[in-house]
Structure formats: structure tokens, C-alpha cells
Design a protein around this ligand. Sequence first.
Ligand code: DX5
Ligand code: ZN
Length: 217
Amino acid sequence: MALIAPSMLSADFLNLGSEIEMVNNSEADWFHLDVMDGRFVPNISYGMPIIAHMKRTAKKTLDVHLMVEDPERYLEDFKKAGADYLTIHYETGYHLHRTLTSIRALGMKAGLAINPHTPVEMVQDIIQEIDLLLVMSINPGFGGQKFLPLTYAKIRKAKELINAAGANTLIEIDGGVTLDNAADIVAAGADVLVAGNTVFAAADPTATIKKLKELTK
Ligand code: DX5
Ligand code: ZN
């Protein structure tokens, strides 16, 4: 069964408290929190102060996805804000090994995200340093985009690479996950599904989370 991580980017920010309660009381496993700087991606979302507030009521793992340049400048800040998983992008770093090691040294799980154009093989030599490999299934920046089918082959490759290395890295898929493709994504080898629009634009978000969970059994 896959872990489900609703992306709070699609939540109603005027009612963030009740949106968090909805996720707390649902079958969701994690909160997926998207931090965007307007540089690495064209959009700007929210940062540490909002996450620190969320942490006060969120009862599940905080999975923080940094879409920012120079993420190594902010590792301690996100630890203080309450991140459990901290994911940086492959495309942002000259010294990823050092940054991933620092994330773990701070007591967080280390995540590495790859954009659609980045081959899975690029992470091969540092796979042991990565707790979570986030394979982007859209170009990052916005919720509600369409899933890129090239992702399926990348998931299968990632699974092979992780198994061959004997690593415990989880594969997370982010972008365009729907009730129609969730089962196929998990069949390809994904462990964690992020879902923004599919959950928060649904008439019944709690029931949609439950459906996603059932589809990935
Ligand atoms: C986009 C973010 C995603 C986004 C997913 O850059 O990383 O987490 O919220 O949204 P949906 O599920 O709507 O594609
Ligand atoms: Zn994300």
C-alpha cells in the first residue's frame, strides 16, 4: 500500500486550520509542503513561518519539498520549523552529497527531487544518502498540471537502481496524480503519492484520500 501525501499548496489558505484537521482525520499518511522561491520555479508559495504554524496542529509527518535555489542556506531553518523529510532538487546543487549528509545530521530524513528532464541514473552514486527520491511527474511550480507519461519508465528505473544498491530509499511521485493513474503509478514501483488538486478540488477530500489509499493496495 502506498503512502498518500496531500499537497497543501492546493488547500484553502483562508481555512488552513480546518484543512489540516481534515488531513489529520483522514487516511492520509503525510503532509506534503511545497516551498517555492520564484527563482528555481516561476511561482512563490510559502516558507518557514507558515510551516512552523502548520506544525502546531499537523499530527502527521511533514514532507517538505524545497523548490528553491541554494537550499543549503535554509536546512536548519526548516528543521526548526518542524520538517521531518526535507527534499532538495538535484538541479540546484554543486555539492548534493554534502547537503544531503547535512540534512541527516540535523535529524531529518533526506530527500532528493529530480525534474522531468533529469535522468534517474544521475543519483546512482549518492543513492545511499537519500531516504526519499522524489520523481517529478510535472514541471514543478504549480498544482493542477497533467501527469507526464515518461514518469512510468523513470519509476521502474529508480526501483531497479534502489534494489541493485540494496538501499531503503522511498520513491515519491509528485504532480498530476489522479484517481485514474494512482494504481498504475504504484504498480510501476512508487511508494508515496503526492496529491494536491485531486484531493482539495474534490467534493469530498476525505473520501478521495480513502479512494487513493484503496487504489494503491
Ligand atoms: C508542484 C508541487 C506539487 C503540487 C502537486 O511543483 O511540487 O506538490 O502541489 O499538485 P497536483 O497534485 O495538483 O499536481
Ligand atoms: Zn511538491
